[in-house]
Design a binder for this molecule. Structure first.
Ligand code: NAP
Ligand code: GLV
Length: 313
């Protein structure tokens, strides 16, 4: 019987993982990551979010590494990662749907002044105001047009937002004006009224949301970061909010998570902070996705959505 080690959600999550895998892959022996009775050579598969560096390299018969998230930077960053073992990223339909929902919520929150409304309610203050623009007058620009960005673009368009997108290689998405590469980045930013970051964490994208990029956005633009904390220089974002260049921000990801209680982003009147929850598919959805992939792999079929070591995502 093939063995799957799981490190996602802690040991307390194991009964739930086992229940789902017993439904979708009854032939699989599902064990907790630190189960001392499993010798490293017996491990066939792992499902992990942030394995300790060096550990995957001790498993000589590992067949596939399944990332528990869409971004596998916490796995790929291991200098001793066994690079010959396929590393599969999580992308069930439920994950892209949830991300699309979050991005629509964030864009509408910026459009309708949700942070101002929440602060007024907390102060019992009847502060009537009219949002200046409709969705149809507010172009959303998405950096990263992959699994997540593509679905978010589709759902934003459905609400009526004009959508533009930017990626490394050129994409063609219905109703989306697509820009590609560094040479077209400024043209993309100049027409973006709400910027959404859905990039992977790579050497090229580190710190991309900083003062020079923010200055290219029109005055009063909004920002939604649902990529990674490493994409942003938070002090530049707060400075742009304070001087009025940015109108508001929804930030889901931070360099240090949990965000420390004394961080200025928490209390900022133009910032909505969410605790890295934009898109987490349920354990059931993830177990089904992994079970299907294991079955395909064991039939000798190629796996989809693999991490590419050369491009870094
Ligand atoms: P994906 O399918 O690999 O898409 C990544 C997109 O980014 C692609 O369009 C890619 O361009 C583009 N890209 C990469 N490097 C670039 C660069 N240097 N310049 C311009 N574009 C670049 O990944 P995904 O599944 O959509 O996920 C994207 C990221 O979202 C994840 O890596 C993770 O960090 C984040 N995420 C966050 C949450 C959350 O809850 N906050 C949940 C899920 C995912 P090409 O199309 O040319 O390859
Ligand atoms: C969450 O951040 C993910 O990458 O799935």
């Amino acid at each position: 019987m093939a063995i799957l080690l799981v490190k996602s959600g802690g040991e307390d999550a194991m009964p739930e993982w086992r229940a789902h895998f017993s439904e979708f892959a009854p032939g699989l022996d599902v064990r907790w990551w630190d189960d001392a009775s499993v010798p490293p050579a017996a491990v066939d598969y792992v499902l992990v979010w942030d394995p300790e560096a060096g550990r995957l390299g001790t498993m000589p018969n590992l067949r596939v590494i399944f990332g528990s998230g869409a971004g596998v930077d916490f796995i790929a960053g291991d200098p001793a990662l066994p690079r010959h073992v396929p590393l599969m990223r999580m992308a069930p339909a439920g994950a892209t749907q949830r991300m699309g929902e979050f991005v629509c919520w964030a864009a509408l929150s910026l459009l309708k002044g949700a942070r101002r409304i929440a602060l007024n309610q907390a102060a019992a203050k009847w502060d009537y105001f009219e949002p200046e623009y409709t969705a149809t007058e507010t172009t959303v620009g998405i950096m990263g047009l992959g699994n997540m960005g593509g679905r978010a673009a589709e759902m934003l368009s459905g609400i009526g937002f004009p959508v533009v997108g930017w990626s490394r290689t050129r994409k063609s998405l219905p109703g989306v004006t697509c820009f590609a590469g560094d040479a077209e980045r400024d043209a993309f930013l100049e027409r973006t009224k709400i910027l959404v970051c859905l990039l992977p964490a790579t050497a090229e994208t580190r710190g991309i949301i900083s003062a020079p990029l923010l200055r290219k956005l029109p005055k009063g633009a909004g920002l939604v970061n649902v990529g990674r904390g490493s994409h942003q220089k938070i002090e530049d974002i707060l400075a742009a909010l304070n001087d009025g260049h940015l109108g508001g921000a929804v930030i889901d990801v931070f360099e240090t998570e949990p965000l420390p209680a004394d961080h200025p982003a928490w209390a900022h009147p133009k910032v909505i902070v969410t605790p890295h929850l934009a898109s987490l598919p349920s354990r059931r959805e993830r177990a089904q996705y992994v079970a299907k992939a294991i079955a395909a792999h064991e039939r000798g079929e190629a796996l989809a959505n693999l991490y590419d070591h050369a491009r870094g995502y």
